[in-house]
Design a protein around this ligand. Structure first.
Ligand code: CO8
Length: 287
C-alpha cells in the first residue's frame, strides 16, 4: 500500500486512548485533508481513521467522504492491516451531510452529478464505527455502512433529514430498518428524533456501549482480535454475513455452505484446525 501520513497529533489521541494500545507511526507519502490515519494496536495491525473537521461536527461532504474512502482503500491494500476503526474528532462522529454544501443543490444537479452515489465504499477490511457523539443523518448512515458499531455513552443517533424537508439518501431508510425493525426506524425517520446509546444498544443498532474515554481503546481491542485472525477467512466470513442482507434464508444458507467448503481449500483452515489438534496457537498466513 501507499504509506499513509499521520497528521493527527499523537498527544491528542493519547488523551483518549491508553498509550500501550495505541502507537502511531509517521507515514510518509500520502496525506488526507479531512481525515487522519494511523496504524495502531500492539502489532500495528489496525487502521484508525478519524474524521477531522470538529468545527463543523465532521459534516460530510464529497471531500470528506473521498478521504474516508481513499483511507479505507489504502488500509485495505496494506498487508499489515486486518481491521479498521472509524471515529470522529470532537463531540460528533458526524452530524450528517454538509447542509451548507447541499443547500443550493437542485434535483437536476443531484441527478446529473450522481450526488452520494459513490459514498459507502469502505475498503475490503472489516470496519468498526466507534461513534463518539452525534451520528445524525449521513453520519448515522456512515456508521451503518460499517460492519460493527460501538457507541460511547455520549453518542446520539438519528435521521433528522425530515426536519430539513428531505429524507435519508445514503441507505438510512434501508439499513436502519434492517437493524432496528420497522417501528423504530419509521419513528426516527418520520419525526427526526434522536436516540441515545442505550436505546441504540437495546434496539440492536450498536453492539456495545462504552464509557466515552474508553471507546477508541475498546474498539481497537476488538479490531485487534479480528486482525489477529486470518485475513482470508475474515474476508470470507464477512462476505457470508453481508449476504444475509441481500438474499433469502435458503439462498443465504446455501451461499454460506459454499463459502464454508471453500475454506477447506485454504492453508489457514488447515493451520487453524491443525493447531487446535496439536494444542498450539495457530499461525495464519492469509493463504
Ligand atoms: N452540515 C453543515 N454544518 C453543520 C452540520 C451539518 N450537517 N451540523 C453542524 N454543522 C455546523 C454548524 O452549522 C455550526 O457551524 P457554525 O459555527 O459555522 O455555525 C457547527 O457545525 C456547530 O454546530 P452547532 O452550533 O449547531 O452545534 P450544537 O452543539 O448547537 O448542535 C447539532 C449540534 C444538534 C448536531 C446541530 O449541529 C444539528 O442539528 N446539526 C444538523 C444535523 C442534521 O440535520 N443532520 C442531517 C443532515 S442531512 C443529511 O445528512 C442527508 C443525508 C444524505 C446522504 C448523506 C450521505 C453520507
Amino acid at each position: 500500500m501507499a504509506s499513509i501520513a499521520c497528521r493527527f497529533g499523537h498527544k491528542l489521541l493519547c488523551g483518549t486512548v491508553q498509550r500501550p494500545i495505541l502507537s502511531s507511526r509517521m507515514m510518509s507519502d500520502k496525506t488526507y485533508n479531512l481525515v487522519t490515519v494511523e496504524k495502531v494496536g500492539e502489532k500495528k495491525n489496525v487502521g484508525l481513521i478519524t474524521l477531522n473537521s470538529p468545527r463543523t461536527l465532521n459534516a460530510l461532504n464529497d471531500a470528506m467522504i473521498g478521504d474516508v474512502r481513499s483511507a479505507a482503500e489504502d488500509l485495505s491494500e496494506d498487508k499489515d492491516i486486518g481491521c479498521v476503526v472509524l471515529t470522529g474528532k470532537g463531540k460528533a462522529f458526524a452530524a450528517g451531510a454538509d447542509i451548507k454544501q447541499m443547500q443550493p443543490m437542485t434535483f437536476q444537479s443531484c441527478t446529473m452529478s450522481g450526488f452520494i452515489s459513490n459514498w459507502g465504499q469502505m475498503g475490503k477490511r472489516p470496519v468498526i464505527a466507534a461513534v463518539n457523539g452525534y451520528a445524525l443523518g449521513g453520519g448515522c448512515e456512515l456508521a451503518m455502512m460499517c460492519d460493527i458499531i460501538y457507541a460511547s455513552d455520549k453518542a446520539q443517533f438519528g435521521q433528522p433529514e425530515i426536519l430539513l424537508g428531505t429524507i435519508p439518501g445514503a441507505g438510512g431508510t434501508q439499513r436502519l430498518t434492517r437493524a432496528v425493525g420497522k417501528s423504530l426506524a419509521m419513528e426516527l425517520v418520520l419525526t427526526g428524533d434522536r436516540i441515545n446509546a442505550e436505546t441504540a444498544l437495546a434496539a440492536g443498532l450498536v453492539s456495545k456501549v462504552v464509557e466515552g474515554d474508553k471507546l477508541i481503546e475498546e474498539a481497537i481491542k476488538t479490531a485487534e482480535k479480528i486482525a489477529n485472525n486470518s485475513k482470508l477467512t475474515v474476508a470470507i466470513a464477512k462476505e457470508a454475513v453481508d449476504s444475509a442482507f441481500e438474499t433469502t434464508l435458503a439462498q443465504g444458507c446455501l451461499f454460506e455452505r459454499k463459502l464454508f467448503y471453500s475454506t477447506f481449500a485454504t492453508d489457514d483452515r488447515r493451520e487453524g484446525m491443525g493447531a487446535f489438534v496439536e494444542k498450539r496457537k495457530a499461525n495464519f498466513t492469509d493463504n
